[in-house]
Design a binder for this molecule. Structure first.
Ligand code: HEC
Ligand code: HEC
Length: 323
């Protein structure tokens, strides 16, 4: 922190406290020129104003909060000063999780007690829950998926970390896949699910196809063909024209639109023939997917949660699509 901001914080904070104290003292003075409890000489509709002082309990309480503030500042610090306790809310100057972990390890090794509160809480939680996660990590995902306790832990981790995108019931929404069905972009085996969560996934190559398809009409033709793949009725002429152009899509989606997973490619191109839609199955949504392209990103979690926790979440996700 620059010394300007340090001084700024000190002046503002102490100035406010001093200001409160001065106002309180001023308000406790009898400056009305009449005895306490006597009439001020004002009467409103028969209600008379008396010169009453501030209640003692109230003004004393106010004073106590000012004194409390001084002790609080002395203990927790102000501006760049960390106070008597040496408390800090964050590791200042640390920019990523790797640096934070290194710093924490360094503090722990020195046993110097200068851990920031967050690190202290994480270290304490790791001590308490670490052995539980280690025990889970030693078991297979299929095995954990039948263990009600482990699934509860996995579900809680899921709700905290994944629900904002995939929904609290893991059923997803537009652009965020449903994890509770048997339809997968990147595979539904325990290993594939864990790989997805550990390292993230990025949908590859679904660019805007309008130009390559020869414009608006090309998009309409191919969309009609795509819709026909899941057995819905479409204009047969459009679908026929679309089928002729589908060759450029087949490299990723397969010649029958069966998806890249069926081709053994981990690129996330969805099955287009099962009437399950990541971005919506209406004619308009499908035309937009083709016209503008799509590029979903599943973030990686290995750095944030660590492998043990990902292992347990994987078991939870895996369990959702087992009957
Ligand atoms: C910021 C949003 C976001 C968060 C948070 C998120 N995901 Fe995802 N996830 C996605 C997107 C988007 C995809 C689809 C990527 C694509 O379009 O190819 C995805 C894909 C997946 C898949 C692959 C589904 C399939 O059909 O193969 C799994 C499994 C998954 N996420 C699990 C998780 C878990 C578990 C968590 C929490 C640890 C999580 N996700 C957190 C956005 C998110
Ligand atoms: C280079 C590989 C690639 C090619 C070629 C490709 N796609 Fe895709 N397509 C993808 C991927 C990957 C996604 C998923 C995008 C995401 O998850 O964000 C996708 C998504 C889609 C979707 C959305 C599906 C849903 O469930 O909402 C449609 C529709 C689609 N593609 C149609 C086509 C058509 C039609 C063509 C040919 C003109 C085509 N794609 C060519 C890779 C490809």
């Amino acid at each position: 922190m620059s010394s300007f901001w340090n001084i700024w914080i000190w002046v503002l904070t102490l100035g406010c406290l001093a200001g409160c104290f001065i106002i309180l003292r001023y308000c406790l003075k009898n400056f009305a020129g009449v005895e306490e409890g006597e009439s001020m000489g004002h009467s409103f509709d028969g209600i008379e104003e008396l010169n009453n002082p501030l209640p003692k309990w109230w003004s004393n309480f106010f004073l106590a909060t000012i004194i409390w503030a001084l002790f609080y500042i002395a203990w927790f610090g102000l501006g760049a000063w960390t106070g008597i306790s040496g408390w800090r809310s964050s590791n200042q100057g640390i920019l990523n999780i790797a640096e934070s972990k290194a710093k924490t390890a360094e503090y722990l090794a020195k046993d110097s007690g200068v851990l920031v509160q967050y690190d202290r809480e994480i270290a304490r939680a790791n001590e308490k829950y670490g052995p539980i996660f280690d025990a889970y990590a030693a078991r297979s995902i299929e095995d954990l998926a039948t263990d009600a306790e482990a699934l509860k832990v996995g579900q809680r981790l899921f709700i905290q970390n994944c629900a904002q995108c995939h929904g609290s019931d893991a059923r997803g929404t537009t652009g965020f896949p449903n994890l509770a069905d048997k339809d997968w972009l990147y595979g539904g085996t325990p290993e594939q699910i864990k790989e997805t969560i550990m390292h993230g996934r990025q949908a590859v190559g679904m660019m805007a196809w309008e130009d390559a398809l020869g414009g608006e009409q090309g998009v309409k033709d191919v969309a009609a063909y795509v819709i026909s793949l899941s057995g819905r009725s479409v204009n047969a002429d459009l679908a026929k024209a679309g089928k002729a152009k589908f060759g450029i899509c087949a490299g990723c989606h397969g010649s029958d639109g069966q998806g890249s997973l069926a081709l053994g490619l981990p690129m996330g191109a969805p099955n287009l023939s099962d009437n399950v839609w990541l971005y919506g199955g209406s004619k308009r949504a499908i035309e937009e997917s083709i016209k503008y392209g799509r590029a979903g990103v599943m973030p990686p979690w290995s750095n944030i949660l660590g492998e043990e926790k990902v292992h347990v979440i994987s078991a939870y996700v895996y369990s959702l699509s087992q009957d």
